[in-house]
Design a protein. Sequence first.
Length: 294
Amino acid sequence: MAHPRFDLQSHSTHSDGALPAAEVVERAADSGVELLALSDHDTVSGVSEALATGERLGLRVVPAVEISAVDDGAPVGRELHILGYNIDHTGPLLRKRLAEFLADREHRTMRMAAALRELGFELDERELETRIAAGQPIGRPHLAEAVLRSPANASRLEAEQIDDIGSFIRAYLIEGRPAFRLRETPTVAQAIEAIHDAGGVAIWAHPFWDVSEPAEVIESIDRFRAAGIDGVEAFYVTHTREQTELLAERAAALGMLTTGSADFHGPENRLFSRFLEFDTYGLEPNLGPIASGG
């Protein structure tokens, strides 16, 4: 079955992307994307702008969000991301829930900021304060940038061979690293419920980005399916052929959707800088109502 050229995860300055929502859509159109999702973290504040730009350019934009959630069913608590598509982004219930999730995200980020200070880092907090005042999300990329911008950290970062946001996050702000702090809410089930209540479909984003063991990924898919999730992001810029095939096979067996993205964050991002930079390895995506708009 033919499907549009899709890229179903991207980010703007409304969360941790480098470009305004309209420019994200413009760059997607220039790259040949026909079906796009602007999926900022825990916020839909850029969706209306993206929709209007897509309509102007003849590019269909799917109303979307990426919710950070706690997998409380895992042996050790971990944070995963749940994408919501075809949501009613103007609905008051969704906006209320996202505001609650965003508040927890902000509190977690500030706990990590305190941990970084305890580890001896100084933070240039100007952008953090600006975003908080504007009601915009703050997360690990903004913390990393605050550390990188402070001249007092320069010699230490050079000695530790940390030269960009991604390398700092990997060194200090992911699970198992000294400044990582876990979110408290929502759980994966609560994120799925919020998406469904907003009329959307829920997809587990980039499974192998967060979980490395294939057996654990499969077990998680089965648990999330029991909780009502609709699909998995099988096709992703960092997924290998083997990982993609495993995800697609399990999703097909369970009657789930399979989506994909290059997770665009901006033209200068080391990993996520170009649209359509993911491979389906000859497999057929199952976009279901995301492609049909139903």
